[in-house]
Design a protein around this ligand. Structure first.
Ligand code: HEC
Length: 104
């Protein structure tokens, strides 16, 4: 009987030992397209979240990117000067979007 209790506590501690092991998170390196003032985009758009938020949207239209940048500024209070907003929108449309009058 003693043996069984000993074995049980040993197994339990082993199970806990496994749970308390450090969890390794995969490191995802999002490529940032260079050129067209990508440094402005990196300066302002990486303050709150990774570049993955931008890449995950896929190719989007100019109205989409304009609206998204405005949302970051107006709703989330991203501190981006007006002239830099236009630079960022142009960069996003060129590298992560397409030019159309409307649509998403
Ligand atoms: C002040 C903080 C802040 C800054 C700076 C910021 N964002 Fe965001 N962004 C957010 C938050 C908060 C969300 C919403 C996260 C969520 O819903 O999980 C978000 C979400 C997004 C999304 C996901 C789609 C969506 O509409 O929610 C995109 C794309 C995005 N941001 C792009 C940008 C770009 C481009 C810039 C630079 C112009 C930028 N962000 C700068 C806070 C910020």
């Amino acid at each position: 009987m003693k043996k069984i209790i000993l074995l049980t506590s040993l197994l339990t501690s082993m199970a806990f030992a496994q749970v308390s092991k450090p969890i390794e998170m995969p490191y995802v390196d999002y490529p940032v397209e260079t050129g067209d003032h990508d440094e402005v985009v990196q300066q302002y758009c990486l303050i709150c979240h990774s570049f993955g938020y931008i890449l995950n949207q896929g190719k989007k239209s100019r109205p989409y990117w304009t609206g998204t940048v405005q949302k970051m500024v107006n709703e989330f209070k991203a501190p981006i000067p007006k002239e830099d907003q236009q630079t960022i929108i142009n960069y996003l449309v060129k590298h992560y979007g397409y030019e159309v009058a409307s649509g998403h």
